[in-house]
Design a protein around this ligand. Sequence first.
Ligand code: SF4
Ligand code: SF4
Length: 314
Amino acid sequence: MGADTQKYGQVFNIQKFSVHDGPGIRTIVFLKGCPLRCKWCSNPESQQCHSELAYNVNKCIGAAECGRCIKACPQGAFKAGTAVNPVLDRQLCKQCFKCVKVCPAAAVSIFGNLMSINDVLQVVEADQAFYSRSGGGLTISGGEPLLQAEFTIRLLEAAKRRRINTAIETSGFTDWSVLEAAAKHLDTIIYDLKCLDSKLYKQWIEVPNEVIVSNFKKLCAAFPKLPILVRTPIIPGFNDSKEVVLGVANLLKGFTNVKYELLPYHRLGQPKYEYLGAEYLLGETKLDEDNFNQLQAVVKEALSKLAPQTKDEF
Ligand code: SF4
Ligand code: SF4
């Protein structure tokens, strides 16, 4: 691919000074669009490819006090109701974002903006000093960053040309040719393997996992020196069992460039479902911390019996 840094992508967040998603201090660029529908998704604003209207009623001044969104909306999607705050009818909304421009309290906002590769790199490069000291750099996350394949691959390529350390966080649900093209410009890849059971994938995530597992094996074989961090988020009722984590750990057998970690379930993203008018499907689900600690111990023991290079931490 060429060196077109004018290419645009849909970005919904850029998070600086992250120490969790790749080595050192990193800037995480979150892209919109994901083919998966994980019921526990902590970034629901990442799922759609286009910009979306968010409405946080907790910030709203009130229809009587303000009501500017009601006057500004050409579709009549905001209305004064019986409650203090205006009611938003999302069926009528055409995502013109006129209400965002007039809202004095930032109660309505936009998830997702078009940014060029140059725009993104300017933000990323501002922290170059921190990367050189810590071994950090750029991580592209999402959503699924390989859904905006051309943008992601060109961004990685441009970052490498500027000597920025690169990583992506992927579900692996993409064509092998896309994953392969991205991997050529990567210093680290973080790969989510949630379980090996395709039926469970379909039930909880709405996609099968055969391509994910097959891509993972191809990646390990084609890029034997690329550090790969496999992650399994532990979700109560879905994959919080020894069988699941041992299944994933066993798949890593023999791949010396692979490390493995479990991530605890959390519900930090729940308020964003309300801002989008969407339902959080996991209700009051809570992580059993004792079980999580046991699963971590099971993984540690299993990995100690596999190749000595396969570690349970980054
Ligand atoms: S985005 Fe446009 S159509 Fe939607 S509620 Fe706001 S003003 Fe109305
Ligand atoms: S413009 Fe903003 S603060 Fe004013 S009523 Fe609408 S949502 Fe509330």
